[in-house]
Write a protein that binds this ligand. Structure first.
Ligand code: NAD
Length: 292
């Protein structure tokens, strides 16, 4: 397939590389990131998109996605598919899909879970919104870049799934960390706490697969000085997107709102920036009762 790939950063770079390795012709554009081996350099986003059957974007946010989409949509041939894999607000995803549809293109919002490791290994999970025929066109590429692609519904459904998942993740990580901090002060050994909770009704991905306590449970960023992993500022981004969406549709999400507030303090007022989001444990363990 002839593919345009726009945004070749930490995620987009290895994703584009996997497409090249699978034998696809990939033209890439990024004003800053290095070009992965085998990707053809395009002079602009529009040039990367011209003649492509599928254009993949992997960009920082919705505003940048909208400006890139305005540039690439006129350059794409009718019938081609614009597939955005960035994590952006639902509104931007739907606006870009509308513009693409009006130009005779297919459009998918297909954010990912799995992080930089998943992008390099080709084991991402894609959650996808948009028409079924566009999903079928891009499915072979999802298979190369990932291990699972779920078609979640119409335009915006992929972003909706992503922010709902990550809102649960942020909340359960904080709950797991505060339970460890309480256990410490009650004199309960962390390993014993893990042995009980990981096989009891308090279990979760945060406890069982990504335990925030160093030396306890499977290998995780806690065992590596809380080097990300999944950085606290990326968790904050996703929690903010969840609250932006909740406001737009008048959904009551009190735990998500509190999680967003806690990660915002951690990243913007304390020392959480650049640390894995599970570093919420040493933060909470070092404090007295505060409730903030
Ligand atoms: P990144 O900052 O490493 O990469 C983004 C790239 O976009 C940069 O290289 C930047 O130069 C490029 N860019 C900016 N403006 C551009 C433009 N106008 N035209 C072309 N390229 C442009 O970020 P990342 O970690 O690769 O994340 C990309 C997206 O994936 C984000 O939306 C993020 O939320 C999401 N995501 C990241 C992770 C992760 O673990 N890093 C996990 C899941 C989802």
């Amino acid at each position: 397939m002839k593919i345009g790939f726009i945004g070749l950063g930490n995620m987009g770079g290895p994703m584009a590389l996997n497409l090249v390795r699978a034998g696809h012709a990939v033209a890439g554009f990024d004003p800053a990131a290095p070009l992965p081996e085998g990707v053809m350099q395009a002079a602009s986003a529009a040039e990367a998109a011209r003649g492509a059957e599928v254009v993949v974007t992997m960009l920082p946010n919705g505003a940048i996605l909208r400006s890139v989409a305005a540039e690439v949509i006129p350059a794409m041939a009718p019938g081609a598919v614009l597939c955005d894999c960035s994590t952006v607000d639902v509104e931007s995803a739907r606006a870009v899909a509308d513009e693409a549809r009006a130009a005779g293109l297919g459009a998918l919002d297909a954010p990912v879970s799995g992080g930089i490791g998943g992008a390099a290994a080709g084991t991402l999970t894609f959650m996808v919104g948009g028409p079924a025929d566009a999903f079928r066109t891009v499915a072979p590429l999802f298979d190369i870049m990932g291990q699972k692609a779920v078609h979640c519904g119409e335009a915006g459904a992929g972003q909706a799934a992503k922010i709902c998942n990550n809102m649960i993740l942020g909340v359960t990580m904080i709950a797991t960390c505060e339970a460890f901090a309480l256990a410490d002060k009650l004199g309960l050994d962390r390993q014993r706490m893990f042995d009980v909770v990981s096989t009891s009704s308090g279990y979760s991905w945060s406890m069982n697969a990504y335990c925030p306590a160093p030396g306890v449970g499977p290998q995780s960023p806690a065992d590596n000085g809380y080097k990300p992993g999944f950085a606290s500022e990326l968790m904050l981004k996703d929690l903010r997107l969840s609250q932006q969406a909740a406001e737009a549709v008048d959904a009551d999400t009190p735990m998500g709102a509190l999680a967003a507030r806690l990660y915002s303090r951690f990243v913007e007022e304390e020392d959480g920036k650049g640390k894995d989001f599970s570093a919420m444990l040493p933060r909470l363990a070092a404090r007295g009762r505060d409730q903030g």
